[in-house]
Design a protein around this ligand. Structure first.
Ligand code: NAD
Length: 338
């Protein structure tokens, strides 16, 4: 039987990509998924063990910067969802070169490969709210809309802004059928334990203090990864080519509030907080106005409400130590070697 859609997912072995692959296989029984991933430190096939024997799923080990391999993988696909990226701001501050190489050049190679192969009728580019820069802490009513000027501040967000602009330029120039999503911070299962929630939870399970940046007042909007997956599927099916859609959870927390919630849910005291010098150039606040995707496409977050969603996520890390333990040990070895 021919699939209704054959979706090539780049970066499908990472945190959001693997949740999306599983979500699509479950929600769209007639679709097939090709997961194309370079398996960097952040890519992990363990994330998808439960679907690896599904006849509608295929994994291809490849780099988005490899044009010939990209062209081979794209043959027979009609849809692309582009997650593959270097995604950790702290790493971009230490060394921005892989960020420019994968996020900018890799996106350009992917777009050109799509044009060379032809037949792609939908290209969803996964962007971030960090392209808008930062909002002031003293004006809670200020939110990022799709019209907010782009003002990225970190090497990571600059590389993501450049990739957004490239994708939109391919629509303007070649009428290539792209849509761009810009999402706030995700949380949920299978997040690499360098990001704040899995890092703090796994540290506390091990009785290790949690490193809190600066005064802890930086604010982020938190969205459950499956709400994000649903938004991506909604935009894939109903979004208008050439448009940008903000995606957010309406769930703003300061890092200090987030830390206190995690400590409380794990029965730990405030003495487990280890203040550390602030991240260089740390943006103060991100907050999303997601009214466009809600109004035009009917999407709503339904899984992000706190503290329940945070508690469920903590329970997942408690129950899946065999998933995160090797990743954490691998990081410790890499840090010593470095
Ligand atoms: N995590 C968040 O909160 C968040 C929020 C908004 C947007 N995003 C965006 O969503 C996307 C996915 O984020 P994530 O948190 O899942 O990232 P991640 O770091 O967990 O996963 C990235 C994946 O991309 C793969 N990859 C990296 N370089 C590659 C290359 N050159 N070729 C092929 N594959 C490569 C990795 O192996 C990994 O599987 C990124 O584009 C990120 O910018 C993330």
């Amino acid at each position: 039987m021919r699939s209704e859609r054959t979706v090539l997912v780049t970066g499908g072995a990472g945190f959001i990509g693997s949740n999306f692959v599983r979500f699509v296989l479950r929600e769209r029984s007639e679709w097939s998924v090709v997961n194309y991933d370079a398996l960097t430190y952040a890519g992990n096939l363990e994330n998808l063990r439960d679907v690896e024997n599904d006849p509608r799923y295929l994994f291809i080990h490849g780099d988005i910067r490899d044009r010939d391999a990209m062209i081979d993988a794209l043959r027979g696909c009609d849809t692309v969802v582009h997650f593959a990226a270097e995604s950790h701001v702290d790493r971009s501050i230490t060394d921005s070169s892989p960020f420019i190489s994968t996020n900018v050049t890799g996106t350009q190679v992917l777009l050109d490969a799509c044009r060379a192969v032809g037949g792609i009728d939908r290209f969803v580019h996964i962007g971030t709210d960090e392209v808008y820069g930062e909002l002031p802490l003293d004006d809670p009513s200020a939110l990022f809309t799709e019209q907010t000027p782009l003002q990225p501040n970190s090497p990571y967000s600059v590389s993501k802004t450049a990739s957004d602009m490239l994708v939109l330029a391919y629509h303007h120039t070649y009428d290539f059928p792209v849509v761009v999503t810009r999402c706030s911070n995700n949380f949920g299962p299978y997040q690499f334990p360098e990001k704040v929630i899995p890092l703090f939870v796994t540290n506390l399970i091990d009785g290790v203090k949690v490193p809190l940046y600066g005064d802890g007042q930086n604010v982020r909007d938190w969205l459950h990864v499956l709400d994000h997956c649903e938004a991506i599927l909604t935009v894939l099916e109903g979004g208008k080519a050439g448009e940008v859609y903000n995606v957010g959870g309406n769930n703003e927390r300061s890092n200090l509030e987030l830390t206190h919630s995690i400590l409380e849910l794990l029965d730990c005291g405030h003495e487990m907080i280890q203040p550390v010098p602030d991240r260089l150039g740390h943006d103060r606040r991100y907050a999303i106005d997601a009214s466009k995707i809600k109004r035009e496409l009917g999407w709503q977050p339904t899984r992000s409400a706190w503290p329940g969603a945070l508690q469920q996520t903590i329970e997942w890390y408690r129950a899946n130590e065999s998933w995160w333990r090797p990743l954490k040990e691998g990081q410790a070895v890499a840090a010593k070697a470095g």
